[in-house]
Design a protein around this ligand. Sequence first.
Ligand code: C2O
Ligand code: CU
Ligand code: CU
Length: 458
Amino acid sequence: MPLTRRQMLVGLSGLGVVGISAGLGARYWLGRRADQVAAEYELIAAPLDVELVAGALTPAWAFGGSAPGTELRVRQGDWLRVRFVNLLPVPTTIHWHGIRLPLEMDGVPHVSQLPVLPGEYFDYRFRVPDAGSFWYHPHVASAEQLGRGLVGPLIVEEREPSGFRHEATLCLKSWHVDEQGAFLPFTVPREAARNGTLGRLSTINGVPRGTVDLPAGQIARVRLLNVDNTATYRLNFRGNAQLRLYALDGNPIEPRDFGKEYWLGPGMRACVAVKMPAAGEEIAVRDGPMRLGTLRSVASSEPGGDWPRALPPNPVAEPDVAGAEKLLFNFEWVGSVSVSGDNGRPPSFWQINGQAWDITDKTCADRPIARLALGKSYIFELKNMSQYQHPIHLHGMTFKVLASSTRKVVPYFTDTYLLGRNERAQVALVADNPGVWMFHCHVVDHMETGLMAAIEVV
Ligand code: C2O
Ligand code: CU
Ligand code: CU
């Protein structure tokens, strides 16, 4: 039986499903013991009816009693400990997108761990090396599980004050629902072979045309997270505001003017500093010409501050570009070749270097597409041979974007690169994390119909 939001707040302990003390779905222990610096949470995934369409309930799945899920926060260098409790009717895992962590904590079923069965729990514990905006989501039946709302922000705070006194997290997601709030198919083969299946109702933090209040005259750090299955947001703002870009995908950049628009592909994040206008004024957050939501300026008596300096760099190893070995990855569309969908297998529309990942085959990771030597530097040449964009994401390691055939690149570190149609790009990394790491497109439909591979570091 799905929980309503009110029941969730009343307390899960009343359900008597598991022997845990649960008030809210997630708890943040502010008290930190000196010897063990950690943020500890108990995070419950459970069905939750949400009101996306006025007067109608949508049977979502939620982390910590909200969809998108509870914001988890931890300080850079500290431990994050999450007891994850699965009260869903299906097996699942949590993957910590963009966090460099040991393989056993990476949440990939049958590679990092076995799926967490209904009624069971799993303890995730790892140290977070990098500060920035990250997010978490399952890596099992992703189209449905992320589609139903199992996505959440993970904010890693800088060790020292960043200079920002105000901030807001905006999770962008578009829901596959009809006018009555009922779910539509999360994936349609015809769409999976193209851009991926788009949702119909855009939201900010789970609210259509959501509004976030920020103090007038202050410079606020606005973290925009694309937690959507499919959509690339052509992010832009309208209103009387100055905007500067401070970080991309969890890594600082040299602050620069936001410019006209920024394309935020699925899985990607942007940290934008916004100088809020006078009280009562609004800034529209937009996807191309479409308004997604609003930043509203509210009265503040605080004196206005200055633009903070650049955020401190994360301790990511600098690749040796001159001495790096080059590897070529071709991303191809093969829709016409093997449209199957029979034998209970998903159709296969996409390949990396001639190999399609099959999400129903638990042995795919035994055949990695590349083997990297621990400690060595590599340049990946990413070649998009299709007419569709692919946000290419790597687990376990952060890479540096060096160059692109279609745009001017100021080199920067990231975990996801939006590879445009027919684009070639070069990215470099130090293979410094041993394990078998997923390398995939973050358009969930693409990843589930072939565009995924494993890269082994030994
Ligand atoms: Cu958001 Cu495989 O990752
Ligand atoms: Cu990831
Ligand atoms: Cu793709």
